[in-house]
Design a binder for this molecule. Structure first.
Ligand code: 6GU
Length: 228
């Protein structure tokens, strides 16, 4: 799996050298490229934005640097997906992360300011599968934090990245329910006891209890998931 990121804050992604995905990069399971959008400008001030046609507050990212950056990043790829993080996009889900983890090449285009000139999306859609993707119903200053979250969610689903694949099965959202609560030793801590059923050795009863906890927790904090 290859991820490429186009951004005006390339240093932001240095953090990906460490942690789980850092190891996956060392072993070659995941390749990562980070491109500075300003390297594709040609003026002395390395300008990436300008005032909006039609007026209004804020600045809009100019199409030309995006065109040149995407020309370079997309050129070696047979069938890339290009994701533009945007609060105006479809909502990122575990299902989407799983689908994307089967891709060979994902390019992320991080917008800042009030957005990117619409023609960048339209033109890119002529040569790649383009998706606008949102983390949820709130506004971030730019796409960088969203891309970090997406890369972590997608990358850990790439086969071999997470050591024990069984640990991916029982997680929140994998079966449309939230995860059950977990406990480890000691059996009693500061007056709080581990539910006795977990100490019973009865695997059928433990499974049933965990399922019940998942449904109860989901009904309480995320009833919208049960409706789905
Ligand atoms: Cl993907 N980008 C920005 N700028 N804000 C967001 C978002 C993305 N998802 C939620 N809010």
């Amino acid at each position: 799996m290859r991820f490429d990121i186009v951004t005006i804050f390339p240093e932001f992604f240095e953090i990906l050298d460490i942690s789980l995905l850092g190891r996956a990069r060392q072993t070659g399971l995941i390749e990562l490229g980070v491109y500075n959008l300003r390297d594709y400008t040609h003026d002395r001030h390395r300008t990436v934005d300008d005032t909006p046609y039609g007026g209004g507050a804020g600045m809009v990212m100019k199409p030309e640097p995006w065109g040149e950056a995407l020309d370079e990043v997309l050129s070696p790829s047979a069938d890339p997906v290009v994701i533009f993080p945007s609060p105006a996009g479809e909502v990122f889900t575990q299902k989407m992360a799983r689908e994307l983890s089967a891709e060979e090449h994902i390019v992320f285009g991080c917008g800042r300011y009030e957005g990117i000139d619409q023609r960048v999306f339209d033109h890119t859609a002529e040569r790649a599968r383009v998706r606008l993707v949102s983390l949820g119903d709130y506004v971030l200053n730019g796409g960088e934090v969203a891309v970090m979250a997406m890369i972590e969610a997608i990358g850990r689903l790439v086969p071999g990245v997470v050591g024990n694949p069984e640990s991916l099965v029982d997680e929140s959202h994998e079966d449309g329910l939230l995860e059950y609560p977990s406990y480890t030793k000691p059996a009693s801590w500061r007056g709080h006891d581990v539910p006795p059923i977990l100490l019973s050795g009865n695997h059928g009863a433990v499974d049933a209890w965990r399922r019940e906890q998942q449904v109860e927790r989901t009904r309480r904090v995320r009833p919208d998931l049960l409706a789905d």
